[in-house]
Design a protein around this ligand. Structure first.
Ligand SMILES: Cc1cc2nc3c(=O)[nH]c(=O)nc-3n(C[C@H](O)[C@H](O)[C@H](O)COP(=O)(O)OP(=O)(O)OC[C@H]3O[C@@H](n4cnc5c(N)ncnc54)[C@H](O)[C@@H]3O)c2cc1C
Length: 477
């Protein structure tokens, strides 16, 4: 029997499965699709914090080699967001298709021993005091298989069956309807890597995929039709010309569709032994490229907690998933919603004010740091218990270590990392010394946040018990 079942092999499910398998947990992924990867990617923007998470899994450098780094973003014609000064090993936004991220995560999950079962659509779920049973098939009545595990994670996307089966609502609304999406070739490539603008009733965005195709979003306030209305390339060209002044000579669309953008969030990310992660828990507008990035951070946050509780840590650790990730989801909903509303302002005066206000805000260092921190994901911190050291809950900086190497390389073993000198069971915690002496002892969680910091052995011992699990028991194994 698996210890954890993950429903959905999208980016969130695959990262979660890989982390659990690497932590020695028996994990099964149930995916309704067959095993073929699609090249019709949705996301294409990978932010700095996601790259740091992938670095802590030894995957970042390979992903970076597939894409184009963008060190600054131009918003609303003249407003420049500089990412080049981000305090990160990855001071940029990486433009690369979602399938490159999924491919790396899939290979890693399989390498680590995760079981991935395709053509397995989850249709039923029930839980009791000791575990969760899920049924796969076409309907519960005709379900052909059942699977049982101690915990289940619904990483099954926007229309999550798991969310429905645990009775979680998905309140929110549609923000933009009838957005046209096209992957095209262009005869005259744009000068900038990423170009976006709104003029009058038209908004358009274009960015390269890196495989010869460009992704175009085009929206026309005056032509809002149902999602199943076919898209004509001429319509995409026309809206792009109105918004960006040229259609870049687009031709050969390999894929075109219409979609609407929702803003929704489940109130509860945990119901008993079942959790929601990624789009199953929250969806927002694609502005700011946050959906996949936020889902991957959810997965990184939840995976080590499940592993620790299965290793004997108290169940209350699992409640911190909601406490830490729900507020981040809400913040992303707000910021990507504000961005999309600003992007589609129709009036000339409104657009001028938008540019002015954004320019003024970004000229204030504190606001600029907050905006780039949220956009890149490196600015989020988690709530710390009363009386905790000020570093607890903050993102761990990738410091150099004595004897060579970096903290994020040390995290690749999927264990906690203790920065400093202390006597702890090394099967569970890797002890490293910083290259520069001084500073408190720090226990770094496997998701790269500071779990505990301080100087006293009793505090450390307590942190090990609540975050890592039954240290005595495991050390003896
Ligand atoms: C046009 C567009 C552009 C976007 N651009 C960006 C961007 O630039 N950056 C960014 O970060 N995000 C972007 N996003 C959002 C991003 O694509 C999603 O947030 C991301 O795919 C969510 O990942 P996930 O793993 O949560 O869910 P998904 O990728 O939706 O994966 C869910 C998986 O679950 C499977 N599944 C569903 N139901 C069941 C079931 N009952 N049983 C078994 N399996 C099931 C599905 O087949 C699927 O494989 C964009 C989205 C759109 C629509």
């Amino acid at each position: 029997m698996s210890e954890v079942i993950v429903v959905g092999a999208g980016p969130a499910g695959l990262l979660l499965a890989g982390d659990l398998a690497e932590a020695g947990i028996a994990v099964t992924v149930l995916e309704r699709r067959d095993g073929r990867m699609s090249n019709l990617s949705r996301a294409f923007a990978v932010h700095a914090r996601t790259l740091e998470q992938l670095d802590a899994r030894g995957l970042a450098d390979r992903l970076v080699s597939t894409g184009t780094p963008l060190r600054s973003l131009r918003l609303f014609e003249h407003v420049e967001i500089d990412l080049g000064t981000l305090p990160s090993r990855f001071p940029y936004l990486l433009v690369t298709p979602q399938y490159n991220v999924e491919q790396l995560l899939l290979e890693r999950a399989l390498r680590a021993g995760a079981e991935i079962i395709h053509n397995a659509e989850v249709v039923g779920l029930s839980q009791d005091a000791t575990g969760v049973t899920v049924a796969t098939g076409v309907t519960v009545a005709t379900a052909d298989d059942t699977y049982r595990a101690a915990y289940v994670v619904g990483a099954d996307g926007l229309h999550s069956a798991v969310r429905r089966l645990i009775g979680q609502p998905f309140p929110g609304k549609s923000v933009l309807k009838s957005i046209m999406l096209a992957d095209v070739k262009v005869a005259e490539p744009p000068e900038e890597v990423l170009t976006a603008n709104g003029v009058g009733d038209a908004f358009a965005f274009i960015a390269p995929f890196g495989d010869g195709y460009y992704r175009v979003f085009a929206w026309d306030r005056d032509h809002v039709v149902p999602d199943d209305e076919p898209v004509a390339l001429e319509e995409v060209r026309d809206v792009t010309r109105r918004a960006l002044g040229t259609d870049f000579g687009m031709y050969e669309a390999r894929w075109m569709s219409r979609f609407h953008s929702d803003e929704r969030q489940a109130p509860g990310y945990r119901v008993g032994r079942v959790f929601l992660a990624g789009d199953a828990a929250h969806v927002h507008s694609p502005a700011g490229g946050q959906g996949m990035n936020t889902g991957l951070q959810d997965a990184a946050n939840l995976a080590w907690k499940l592993a620790s509780v299965l290793h004997g840590a108290p169940d209350a650790l699992l409640d911190t998933y909601q406490a830490e990730r729900h507020p981040v989801g809400r913040s992303v909903l707000r910021s990507s919603g504000a961005l999309v509303r600003a992007a589609v302002i129709g009036s000339t005066v409104g657009r001028a004010l938008r540019g002015f206000a954004a320019g003024r805000a970004l000229s204030v260092p504190r606001i600029r740091t907050k905006i780039t921190g949220q956009l890149s994901g490196i600015g989020y911190t988690y709530p710390a218990p009363d009386g905790a050291h000020e570093l607890v809950g903050t993102r761990a900086r990738d410091i150099p270590l004595a004897g060579g190497g970096r903290l994020y390389e040390a995290l690749r073993e999927r264990r906690f990392v203790l920065v400093g000198a202390a006597d702890v069971p090394d099967r569970l915690v890797k002890v490293v010394a910083p290259a520069t002496a001084g500073g408190p002892l720090m226990l770094i969680r496997p998701d790269g946040y500071v779990g505990w910091a301080g100087a006293d052995a009793t505090g450390l011992r307590q942190a090990l018990l609540t975050l890592v699990g039954d240290v005595h028991h495991q050390a003896a194994q």
